[in-house]
Structures are given as structure tokens and as C-alpha cells.
Design a protein around this ligand. Structure first.
Ligand SMILES: NC(=O)c1ccc[n+]([C@@H]2O[C@H](COP(=O)([O-])OP(=O)(O)OC[C@H]3O[C@@H](n4cnc5c(N)ncnc54)[C@H](O)[C@@H]3O)[C@@H](O)[C@H]2O)c1
Ligand SMILES: [Zn+2]
Length: 357
């Protein structure tokens, strides 16, 4: 088992012994009642093993919501609060969030607001949630089309990561989560990137070590800058271009693009921009492009959409005053943030991506 300490008192555990850890936590009798928030997929695929290995959870009340980002909103929260209330939850109840990033984001928010805050534990069951969403204290829900507009910073009692849950994950969802793992190497740790480069990350059997390393990198950054006033912005590498492309595909509605698939394109474009503005070498760019395209198939991007992509970037809440700012790489493992990039160079990077077809 790997155990990583983040904020004082908060532990992230990875591996088989997460179940022992949860058994111990529940034995402390700190909690008057137990609740589990799940969606139909984590309910079917993860709940049976969880309850078999943590029998005390047979006493828990399960609140099940429908899966999907579309349900990550305040209306669903109201339903969960009503259920908690009707089932007699009090200030000493514990909420266990079992699911992907939608469940851990929304469950953390629900728990933090219920009776001014009850304890919660995250048990992330997608790769994205294990390496990213369940760590770092951001909780929240969407407001209409505005993502994560409403929320709190709140830390779970524990983050319990069991890579075994990933076996039932849709392979496309799994690969999408790899984008964040590759990002962690690129922004902060060249050795880690090299290990990612040499490994077959599709293999769930070896992914546990990479999950712990990724969490270590994210936690170190978040501990230094919890509220994203500076260094935490580095975690947005690939996301300036990536988010705009994700929104474009949503608008067009022809093909779907998962978050990690969009970030993969974004990382290639932003690495290209890094060679022009931050001194990243051509060799590094080639290595980055090669490794990303190994996992993420090339996506057609119509040049006619380039200006819409720029417009979406200007509207991104992370940019202001019409300027587009990004995280750039000076080298693999070395990043800088808040770099203003010209629209001409962004267009050039999209052209570069298209040349990789
Ligand atoms: N808080 C943060 O710092 C942070 C960071 C990154 C992303 N996020 C949020 O995370 C969310 C995306 O997370 P996600 O990709 O996990 O999405 P998700 O929660 O929608 O899960 C993806 C799909 O996988 C299913 N699923 C979950 N576990 C499964 C399993 N073990 N086997 C089979 N199917 C399973 C889910 O039901 C869902 O259909 C977004 O809302 C995003 O805003 C938050
Ligand atoms: Zn992301």
C-alpha cells in the first residue's frame, strides 16, 4: 500500500489495504450513521466488492443517482439532501462517495453543505477520479452550461483508491484518464514522464504505481498553492486549448470527445507553442507527440473551426481582458504559467496538430 499525506490529517491510500483502512475508520464509532452516494455503474460494478470487504457497510443507506455530467447540478444535490434528511442523517453521519469525478465532486459538495458540513470519504472508481478529481479539495456542481460554477474547497477524511475497480471501466474512459497522468510528468517530473514513456499504461495491473506517483505530484503542488493563486495553475497544462476543443465538439454534437481526449490534443498544441516561446526542444516535442498519439488516436479538426476555438478560449473563465494565457513547458518536467500567447501562434499550433494526420 502507498500512503500519501497531504493536508494534516488527510490521507490518500492506494492498494488492497484501503479496505482495512475503511474497516478501521468505521470501527472508531465516530459516526452515528453511514451513507453511500453512488451512480448505477459504481453501484453495479463496485458496490458488491466494497460491501463484501467492508461488512459494516451493510448498515449503510445507499443514495443512488443517475450517472452523467448532465446530472451534476444543484437539483440532484437537493434530491440527495432530501434523502439524507429523510433517512435521519445528522451532523455526525459519514457520506462515502463511490464513483467517478461526478460523484466525488458532487458528494463532496453535498457533504460540505449538509448541516454546515459532515465528514466524507472519497472512493474514486474511474482513472480520472483516482488521479485527479478526488484529490486537491475542489468540490462542486455545474450551473447550466457553466462547469463547476458552484462549489467549495473541502477536504475528505480519506481518499481510498483501489485500482481493481478500474477493470470494469469502459476502455475509452480509462485511456481518457491517462491524459492527466502524462500531464503530471510533463509539468513536474521528467523521470516520471520517462517511466510513463516506457510503460504500457493500458495495463490495469501496473497502473497503481502510476496513480500514486501522479497523486504525489498533484498533492505537492496543491499543498503549496491550495487556492490556485499561482503554481496550481500548472495543472491546467493542455487545458486551455483542450477545453476549447471539448466545448467545440459539444457545440457541434457530431462526435463526442472525452475530457482526456481533448486535453491530449491540447497538450500537443501547447507543447508546440512551448517550442516557439519557452525554449522546449524539437526533440522533446517529438517525444511528447509520439507518446500522446500512442494512446490517443488522431482527431480530425476542421480548419474552418479554428476561429471558433479561439473565441471559446477567450471566453474561458481562466482568461481575462481578451488575452489568452497558458502553461508552457521549458523542458519536459519544467513548466511556467500565466504566459500570454498570441492568436497567430495558437492558430499555428492547430495547424501543426493537423499536420500529424
Ligand atoms: N475536483 C477536481 O479537481 C476535478 C478534476 C478533474 C475532473 N473533475 C470532474 O470530474 C468529472 C469527470 O469525472 P469522470 O471522468 O470520472 O466522470 P464520471 O463520474 O461521469 O464517470 C464516467 C463514467 O464511468 C462510470 N463508472 C464509474 N466507475 C466505474 C467503474 N468502476 N466501472 C464502470 N463504469 C464506471 C460512470 O458511471 C460514468 O458513466 C467532471 O465533472 C469534472 O469536472 C474534477
Ligand atoms: Zn483535466
Amino acid at each position: 500500500m502507498t500512503s500519501i499525506r497531504t493536508e494534516p490529517g488527510n490521507q490518500i491510500c492506494i492498494g488492497d489495504s484501503v479496505f482495512t483502512r475503511l474497516n478501521s475508520l468505521l470501527k472508531t464509532e465516530r459516526f452515528t450513521s453511514l451513507f453511500i452516494l453512488a451512480d448505477e455503474n459504481s453501484m453495479n460494478h463496485c458496490m458488491p466488492e466494497l460491501v463484501a470487504r467492508v461488512p459494516k457497510l451493510l448498515e449503510a443507506e445507499v443514495v443512488e443517482i443517475e450517472s452523467g455530467e448532465i446530472n451534476k447540478n444543484i437539483e440532484t444535490c437537493t434530491q440527495v439532501w432530501m434523502a439524507l434528511s429523510e433517512l435521519g442523517a445528522d451532523r455526525k453521519s459519514l457520506l462515502i462517495n463511490l464513483g467517478g469525478g461526478v460523484i466525488t465532486d458532487m458528494g463532496g459538495f453535498v457533504a460540505s453543505a449538509f448541516k454546515r458540513g459532515i465528514a466524507f470519504v472519497n472512493i474514486p472508481t474511474t482513472l480520472l477520479a483516482q488521479v485527479d478529481a478526488s484529490v486537491g479539495g475542489k468540490t462542486g456542481v455545474d450551473l447550466g452550461s457553466l462547469k463547476n460554477e458552484i462549489g467549495f474547497f473541502a477536504e475528505p477524511e480519506e481518499v481510498l483508491i483501489y485500482p481493481g475497480f478500474l477493470k470494469t471501466l469502459d476502455p475509452r474512459e480509462y485511456v481518457s484518464g491517462l491524459a492527466e497522468i502524462l500531464k503530471h510528468g510533463l509539468i513536474a517530473d521528467k523521470d516520471y514522464w520517462n517511466r510513463c514513456y516506457e510503460a504500457e499504461l493500458q495495463d490495469v495491473g501496473i497502473i497503481g504505481d502510476f496513480i500514486s506517483e501522479s497523486i504525489r505530484i498533484k498533492s505537492e503542488i496543491v499543498t503549496r498553492d491550495p487556492k490556485e493563486s499561482g503554481e496550481r495553475k500548472k495543472l491546467n497544462f493542455g487545458h486551455t486549448v483542450g477545453h476549447a476543443i471539448e466545448s467545440l465538439f459539444l457545440e457541434r454534437g457530431e462526435r463526442t470527445l472525452l475530457h482526456g481526449e481533448a486535453v491530449a490534443i491540447g497538450m500537443i498544441c501547447e507543447a508546440y507553442i512551448s517550442t516557439r516561446m519557452a525554449g522546449l526542444s524539437e526533440d522533446c516535442l517529438n517525444e511528447i507527440k509520439e507518446n500522446i498519439l500512442w494512446y490517443f488516436s488522431f482527431q480530425e479538426l476542421n480548419a474552418m473551426d479554428d476561429h471558433r476555438i479561439l473565441e471559446l478560449m477567450r471566453h474561458d473563465k481562466k482568461n481575462s481582458g481578451g488575452e489568452i494565457r497558458m502553461v508552457l513547458l521549458e523542458d519536459i518536467g519544467d513548466s511556467v504559467y500565466d504566459k500570454t500567447v498570441s492568436t497567430g501562434l495558437i492558430l499555428e499550433s492547430l495547424k501543426y496538430y493537423r499536420s500529424l494526420a
